[in-house]
Design a protein around this ligand. Structure first.
Ligand SMILES: Nc1ncnc2c1ncn2[C@@H]1O[C@H](COP(=O)(O)OP(=O)(O)OP(=O)(O)O)[C@@H](O)[C@H]1O
Length: 644
């Protein structure tokens, strides 16, 4: 300090602010990890709790697949009709073959001249059958695959669109975490192939083949057919067990992949903290245990599956054996001819082989059903957000009024976060919200942006309830800078102009440079070889925390909002960056109504008004000097921070 060098300046610029060791050790994401960890007593508990909380299955959707919804989204009725017709015709080919084959067997006992003359005729019929098969099956395959590809594309597009249109509370739900939604969108739509397209076509073919084969079998010898059919319930039961087990297995598979993806993603994101706290081995164990558990369950299931699978297949041969014994008795007693027996057995062989092949599809049917149910549910979930063209678009000056606002988050409906919050912010002034952690400061900001609606009370802008204002228009009038600015993996220019085109505005290069200058980031950008075209990496990873904030501020300035919301915008920065960002924010605030949420009280000392929040209401209101004189909550907060 005596040297009055760099260290002296840093200390001065911090003006006695608390020096949080964690903040200097870890990055932003790491901090949230530590904060979360701290809330759960320790990181190990936190990891375990994460594990426990996800024990409940999130795949318990009771609704069935809405086939009609699937068909509707494909929007290609002609292709579906062509597929169905082609499959119906293709389904007749095997029974026709059974009839032809029965007829051919009869030829072998004919005199040689008659045999020779008949051979050409019957061979021609086989030729026609193969031609019809080529045409119908290729048509069915072609038409059905375009139906399914279209279905997969539309499922993804419409589900993604519907997810984007959801209110924020939708994303608070445990079933809608980013990892789950990303997983569902990436993995589930292609599984529709197991339920639709050629698979569905095969089922149509099988039904036609089975019905016709049974008709042939009953016509040729109803008694022997009835005996053979005694085995059918066993085959159906075996297939049903297989389907159920595969369905459960898919649920387990989804849950496991989600759990391990979550563990991996969180550890990768917070790798510094993981290494800093020497958690590598623990996380590795948690990860391995999840996989081992799933492996054990799958192994148990595969034993049951292999037994039922073999029994189902063996049942078919039992069926033939019995049919043959009884059949020979009927032939001996003159009730049936050998040709009839052949035809019955052949028809039953065709029907059961066909059923067998189709039941293999049924094994994937369970997976597909679950997957499609989830996607369709996500695609059709209604949103409580008003439509984009609804609501008024009054000219906004920036007078804000919160009137007795009561609010609890939908995900935690029993806890009131705001319990009668009232505050008035007049046009062009800066109001700071301070208070203990969890007092509801960020919630106030979220309500003003209409991410949520209050349960009671009103929020007015220039006297108009924001519930009546068009949401898009309202948000276009608000600039937001948060602790962790949302930056995208694109150029600096694209990040600064992000969302501008949606406002219907065209900005010039000069506008962008002016905004960057006001945010004190232009000089840095100009020094880069690619200037404004420089890519900043995922979430702005190629920039420092302060630079990220200034890009976000430049974006807010460029949008030229009437209201500026700063949620802990500088609390994550080191003292030097904080000073530059602070100056940038002062520029951004000029001529705008601002609401500032801050932990570091020194950053809000100059606010026109400071509202001290506790338990969801404003407990003290005044300027820095006035509040110090009151010697209430604010005074003690300041004292505690300076003491640190
Ligand atoms: N999406 C959410 N779902 C459920 N509860 C939430 C949600 N967001 C915040 N909460 C809860 O609401 C309360 C107020 O949170 P809020 O973020 O508004 O507090 P804060 O004063 O900004 O806290 P801090 O200073 O620590 O950021 C907290 O108890 C928090 O756990």
């Amino acid at each position: 300090m005596e040297k009055k060098g760099v260290y002296y300046n840093l200390v001065l610029s911090q003006s006695n602010k608390a020096l949080d060791i964690e903040e200097h050790c870890v990055t932003e994401i790491d901090k949230s990890f530590i904060q979360n960890g701290a809330k759960h007593l320790n990181v190990q508990d936190w990891l375990n709790q994460n594990r426990l909380s996800s024990k409940k299955s999130v795949y318990q959707f009771s609704e069935d697949v809405k086939y009609l919804t699937l068909l509707q989204i494909t929007n290609s009725p002609w292709l579906i009709i062509v597929t169905v017709i082609a499959c119906l015709i293709a389904g007749c080919q095997m029974p026709t073959f059974a009839i032809l084959y029965g007829g051919v067997l009869r030829l072998f006992v004919l005199p040689i001249e008659e045999f020779e003359s008949q051979v050409k005729l019957w061979s021609g019929m086989f030729g026609i059958l193969s031609l019809v098969t080529i045409i119908t099956i290729s048509t069915a395959a072609l038409a059905s695959s375009s139906v399914t590809e279209n279905m997969i594309k539309e499922l993804r597009i419409q589900t993604f669109k519907n997810i984007l249109s959801q209110q924020l509370s939708f994303f608070d739900h445990k079933n809608h975490s980013p990892i789950k939604l990303t997983n569902i969108l990436a993995k589930e739509p292609p599984l529709v192939k197991n339920i639709a397209g050629l698979r569905a076509g095969s089922i149509i073919m099988t039904i036609v083949t089975t019905v016709l084969s049974l008709a042939i079998a009953f016509y040729s010898g109803w008694m022997i057919t009835l005996i053979a059919l005694c085995f059918v319930p066993l085959i159906i039961f075996g297939n049903w067990i297989q389907m159920r087990m595969n369905f459960r297995s898919h649920i387990r598979e989804c849950e496991t992949s989600e759990k391990v993806a979550k563990i991996a993603a969180e550890s990768h994101q917070n790798i510094k903290t993981v290494q800093f706290l020497c958690l590598q081995e623990h996380i590795h164990n948690v990860y391995t245990n999840e996989l081992k558990k799933s492996y054990r369950d799958e192994r148990k299931q595969s034993i049951v599956l292999s037994i039922t699978f073999s029994i189902v297949h063996a049942a078919v041969y039992f069926m033939y054996g019995f049919a043959f014994i009884y059949g020979s008795n009927f032939v001996a007693s003159g009730k049936m001819t050998a040709e009839d027996i052949y035809r019955v057995l052949f028809a039953l062989i065709l029907a059961s082989t066909n059923l067998g092949t189709t039941t293999l599809f049924f094994q994937d049917f369970g997976k597909a059903k679950l997957a499609v149910t989830q996607v369709v549910k996500l695609m059709t979930t209604g949103s409580s957000l008003p439509k984009s063209d609804e609501g008024e678009r009054p000219e906004i000056k920036g007078n804000i009024q919160f009137k007795d606002v009561v609010f609890s988050y939908p995900a935690r409906g029993h806890t009131q976060v705001l319990t009668g919050f009232s505050l008035e912010v007049t046009q062009g002034r800066t109001v700071a919200l301070v208070g203990g952690s969890g007092s509801g400061k960020s919630t106030v900001i979220a309500l003003l942006e209409r991410f949520y609606n209050p349960n009671k009370g009103h929020i007015l802008i220039d006297g108009t309830d924001i519930a009546k204002i068009n949401v898009g228009y309202l948000r276009s009038q608000i600039g937001l800078v948060t602790q962790e600015p949302m930056l995208f993996d694109c150029s600096l220019r694209d990040n600064i102009t992000y969302g501008i085109s949606a406002l219907g505005r065209i900005v010039t290069d000069q506008d962008i440079i002016d905004a960057a200058k006001a945010a004190y980031i232009h000089e840095f950008i100009a020094s880069l070889p690619q200037g404004y075209e420089t890519n900043i990496g995922e979430r702005g990873s190629k920039l420092s925390g302060g630079q990220r904030q200034r890009v976000a501020i430049a974006r807010a300035i460029l949008r030229n909002p009437k209201i500026l919301l700063l949620d802990e915008a500088t609390s994550a920065l080191d003292s030097e960056s904080e000073k530059v960002v602070h100056d940038a924010l002062n520029n951004a605030r000029k001529g705008r109504t601002s609401i500032v949420v801050a932990h570091r009280l020194s950053t809000v000392e100059n606010a026109d008004l400071i509202a001290v929040m506790s338990q969801g209401v404003v407990k003290e209101l005044g300027t820095h000097t006035e509040l110090l004189q009151v010697r209430g909550i604010y005074y003690h907060l300041i004292k505690a921070q300076y003491h640190n």
